[in-house]
Design a binder for this molecule. Structure first.
Ligand code: ADP
Ligand code: MG
Length: 371
């Protein structure tokens, strides 16, 4: 039995005359003990979906089950979930202990039990020394821990976290991210974690759910989503720098396929051609990740095609170098070269995309995957 099951749930808001489809036909099941990350651009419906699960919004359509029980029409307090909000405002006039105890007190849980619960949660999070302080006397990371502590003082059926780390600086965010992951393992409770940061989603989730305009685009293990994005939107959203896209035309049949674009007329490797099937000069988009674009000053022997491009920007990011290239017709490609490259802006380079690692999509911002 899944901890949380969302079955064809939709939610629309009517703003000033315009209807917003915040969540549209979403199906999702989160297993017991599973950590699922929900990622997508701002406004794609992530918060709305969490609020629907928590019972803070009522769906127009569909059902929500928690621990096998239909909770679609139940108030939040009867749903056995705990939520950490995006702006985890702590009560400023209360101590850390009082903040953490607040939810339990509201539930009329005996004092001794509250004390035990808060102490245990504080120990888990390493904030047992801060219980008498007020929020103003805490650092950002400590406040964050208290906000999480408020959620874990009791063991709910599922945790819902809405961009809990978005107010922290990058270093602290990385550390808290690792802490949340090990905390989730320790508590062994289902968690749905919302973020707009694809890297955070990939690093944290057992499974990643990618949303766009209220709809789920893809749901899968992080590496599966990375390696086989379901459409062009997911392909461009997951991975940094983004996948390169080249508009062109696919042609071929009987196992031999070609892709023609502004950079050349390329024969595709046999395995790619075989999977693509028959194509009669159809428009398509080739996607290739920066790490699959190789650079050479001279033509390499081998089957990869090449194209000459000018180096416009070079970024040294430590373990690799990001080289931004352009043609005179303004076709842009980013290549990730391992190690420290001595290539310079203004130079010309031969790029060679490893076509065996290329992806093909239908045209359009969310064009479906062809291969
Ligand atoms: P996210 O959390 O992914 O940034 P939200 O779930 O907050 O997105 O919002 C999804 C869409 O629904 C947005 O277009 C937003 O403007 C709209 N929306 C959210 N809440 C309301 C509301 N209470 N009234 C009207 N529109 C809303
Ligand atoms: Mg949000």
């Amino acid at each position: 039995m899944a901890a949380v099951e969302i079955d064809n749930v939709s939610k629309r808001y009517v703003g000033n005359k315009k209807e917003v489809r915040a969540v549209e036909g979403v199906d999702l099941a989160i297993a017991e003990q599973e950590l699922v990350t929900l990622v997508g651009p701002s406004g794609c419906g992530k918060t709305t979906l969490l609020r629907l699960i928590a019972g803070l919004e009522e769906p127009d359509r569909g059902h929500i089950r928690i621990g096998g029980h239909d909770v679609t029409r139940l108030p939040p307090k009867n749903r056995d979930i705990a939520m950490v909000f995006q702006n985890h405002a702590l009560y400023p006039h209360m101590t850390v202990f009082q903040n953490m105890a607040f939810g339990l007190k509201a539930r009329r849980i005996p004092r001794a039990e509250i004390k035990r619960g808060v102490a245990a949660a504080a120990t888990t999070l390493g904030i047992e020394g801060l219980l008498d302080r007020k929020p103003a006397e805490l650092s950002g990371g400590e406040r964050q821990r208290v906000a999480v502590g408020r959620a874990i003082v009791r063991l709910p059926r599922a945790f819902l976290l809405d961009e809990p780390l978005c107010n922290l600086d990058a270093k602290l965010r990385e550390r808290m991210r690792a802490e949340i992951k090990s905390l989730q393992r320790e508590l062994a409770t289902a968690m749905l974690y919302v973020t707009h940061d694809q890297e955070e989603a990939m690093a944290l989730g057992d499974r990643v759910v990618v949303m766009r305009k209220g709809e789920i685009q893809q749901c899968g293990a992080p590496l599966d989503v990375y390696r086989r994005p379901a459409n062009r939107f997911v392909a461009g959203f997951v991975g940094a720098p983004s996948m390169n896209f080249l508009e062109g035309r696919l042609a071929g049949g009987r196992g031999v396929a070609r892709f023609r674009c502004g950079l050349g007329d390329w024969e595709l490797p046999p395995e790619v051609g075989a999977s693509l099937g028959d194509w009669q000069d159809e428009p398509a988009v080739l996607g290739i990740r920066p790490e699959h674009v190789h650079l050479s000053e001279s033509r390499e022997s081998g089957s990869s095609p090449t194209a000459r491009m000018e180096v416009r920007v070079v970024e040294h990011v430590g373990d690799s170098t990001l080289v931004h290239l352009r043609t005179s017709s303004e076709i842009a490609i980013i290549a990730r070269v391992p190690g420290v490259s001595d290539i310079r802006v203004g130079e010309c380079a031969e790029i060679s995309p490893r076509l065996a690692d290329a992806h093909f999509f239908e045209v359009g911002t969310a064009g479906c995957r062809l291969y």
